[in-house]
Design a protein around this ligand. Sequence first.
Ligand code: ASP
Length: 325
Amino acid sequence: MKKLFVVSAISALFSLVGYAQTYPSKPISLVVPFVAGGPTDRVARDLAEAMRKPLGDATIIIENVLGAGSSIGANKVAKAAPDGYTIMLNHIAMATMPNLLRTMPFKIDSDFEYLGMINEVPMTVISKPTLPAKNYKELVAWLNQNKGKINLGNAGVGSASHLCGLMLQNALQIDMAAIPYKGTAPALTDLIGGQIDILCDQTTNTSPQIEAKKVNVYGVTTSKRLTTAVLKDVPTLQESGLKGFDVSIWHGLYAPKGTPTDVIAKLNNALKVALKDPDFIKKQEALGAVIITDKRVEPAEHKKFVSSEIAKWGPVISAAKVYID
Ligand code: ASP
């Protein structure tokens, strides 16, 4: 009996080793839980391109699984086969969802393997082009004059734009009607078209539109000004008077819990190679993103950081009293 157990354990070990050696032998699906063409999707497409080579010219297919501020896509990945062929790129929603969703369909800490962090991305507060306010002071005056009529777009409860919008409303003490989209790509289109008034979104999405003067920009959400050509002259919200306002969105890679350790190591190694790829760095930095170069590229540190972010955003979100069932 004992002998049989040892034999089957050894053959399981060999098949696992063989599995990792041949991985990947078919296309990898990279789930993006927001709309194609938006900021999360943009990071994912650039990253997939940079991770292909270190994975032996693997095919990485982006799968946009939309809705509910990323929880639908995250749930799909949490329940997918843990074989390395379904992975996910998600942002700060991994820390805001546990604070915002009354019932979580999955567990952030025990349903995923953490593969490492990618970057941090500041946000910008922008408006439709026809909004007459030309700077932050004028924006606040306009918001005060239009109370009860202001539409604020977001990418669903728990999304980065939702979090930033909540913080803005709290800081200004002005309520705005939240208009949810399945990602901020369509929200930005509607903002340009004047269907919504205000949006707080990642620089990776807004920089091209700010540069083309298709929207008005009022501030960046980080404590320091940015250095990109498009945003270097835009004041921080803190400078404009919103003391303590500091939001930066981060992105990380995840796999379903139980993905073989060697496969996790291969994916983490490919991520580290991608984060040093000059082409990837250049594209990301031009849009205001900062590539992670510290220990958070390691799975254990990535997981620790997500836990600290869950603890950080809990009080902010409960102060805003917004939940979804
Ligand atoms: N910018 C979105 C958000 O607010 C995500 C996206 O559309 O990619 O979370």
